[in-house]
Design a protein around this ligand. Structure first.
Ligand SMILES: NC(=O)c1ccc[n+]([C@@H]2O[C@H](COP(=O)([O-])OP(=O)(O)OC[C@H]3O[C@@H](n4cnc5c(N)ncnc54)[C@H](OP(=O)(O)O)[C@@H]3O)[C@@H](O)[C@H]2O)c1
Length: 321
């Protein structure tokens, strides 16, 4: 495994981390048995993964992780969870009444610790904060987080964006300017290179650790969804009609030591020096092993990286969902 510095936290984290949310939620989305999810967690540790990401909102993920990690020395892995401060993220009207309370944050953190069977997490993240809610969330929850931090409930504070509603990465841009967070989670993938323009270099400048989410998500992991997505970008005039073939539109990335499009996606995400750790939200041991091999494999050739940025950089939207 390769380990990288996790920004100002000073922690060393594996370049691939295990996610327990996204479409899979440790297999809760696809009926994977808990014993098989536990095998994924144990295999991840065997492969040298030392960062695990979860959230109060990922159904039973925290409890499944708590059980799977029984007997594993707590100091051997970096545990990250989240508190979602907004009652309804789709509510466009941000206001006091739409926010949770400070007491709810404290309760959520206690519940996370109890389900994870630990007395502290390494990173507590404000979860999926939409840009229009950012100021109110910061003003109410950063002071409360600091109180909980001083009680030893968590070591470092993080901020995550919403992939679906924040195409211009506004939440993280504002969070970086406020300089209140030790780590951030960004949606970044080979169809969504925009974080390279500001978020990643600014995080490097401010020494903020970066976790990547949605490195393959659904569209990059599933060929038919990728074809549908590329066809819709062409139909909408966002890609020239002759830019990519209809079938296997990204198969040109598969050559030499890059065995598949998902492998190219992990190589792409880990290729930026501002990235500390790329999460993989898999509940499948074979996928996990492939993904670790991909991220430890050779980097994406520079010409391929440049072509991706040229094609998808001008599309100012988060793609891959
Ligand atoms: N706002 C937020 O805070 C936020 C939002 C999204 C995600 N996250 C975090 O980031 C983590 C990663 O993001 P994500 O789970 O959305 O996206 P992801 O890891 O890019 O994609 C996960 C999906 O890809 C599939 N997959 C993975 N490897 C594959 C392979 N080699 N071949 C085929 N399919 C493969 C998984 O299915 P299988 O299970 O079948 O492998 C799953 O459906 C999450 O688990 C969560 O911890 C945070």
């Amino acid at each position: 495994m390769e380990y990288r510095r996790f920004g100002r936290t000073g922690l060393r984290v594996s370049v691939m981390g295990l996610g327990s949310g996204g479409p899979s939620q440790l297999g809760q989305g696809s009926g994977v048995a808990e014993a098989d999810a536990a095998r994924v967690v144990r295999r991840a540790l065997d492969l040298g993964i030392n960062l695990i990401d979860t959230a109060a909102d990922y159904r039973e993920s925290e409890a499944i992780l708590g059980r799977a990690l029984q007997g594993v020395p707590r100091e051997s892995y970096v545990l990250c969870t989240k508190f979602n401060p907004v009652r309804n993220r789709n509510n466009q009207r941000s206001g006091e009444e739409g926010l949770k309370t400070e007491a709810e944050m404290a309760e959520s953190v206690e519940r996370s610790l109890s389900r994870l069977q630990t007395d502290h997490v390494d990173l507590l993240q404000l979860h999926g904060v939409p840009p229009n809610w950012y100021d109110a969330v910061r003003d109410r929850f950063v002071p409360q987080a600091q109180r909980l931090q001083s009680q030893g409930k968590f070591r470092f504070l993080g901020l995550t964006e919403t992939f679906a509603n924040d195409d211009h990465h506004e939440t993280l841009t504002r969070g970086l300017a406020d300089d209140l967070y030790d780590a951030m989670m960004v949606g970044y993938n080979l169809l969504t290179p925009m974080p390279e323009e500001h978020v990643l270099p600014e995080a490097q400048r401010r020494d903020v650790g970066i976790l990547v989410m949605c490195a393959v998500r659904r569209a990059i992991a599933r060929p038919e969804q990728l074809e549908t997505l590329i066809a819709s970008l062409k139909a909408g005039g966002e890609l020239p009609l002759d830019a990519l073939p209809e079938q296997g539109p990204l198969d040109w990335l598969v050559h030499d030591a890059i065995p598949s499009v998902p492998a190219a996606a992990y190589a792409f995400a880990a290729g930026h020096p501002g990235v500390s750790c790329v999460l993989t939200g898999t509940a499948n041991v074979r996928h996990l092993e492939d993904n670790v091999a991909s991220i430890l494999g050779p980097p994406l050739p520079e010409a391929d990286r440049e072509r991706l940025v040229e094609l998808f950089g001008p599309i100012r939207r988060n793609l891959g969902n």
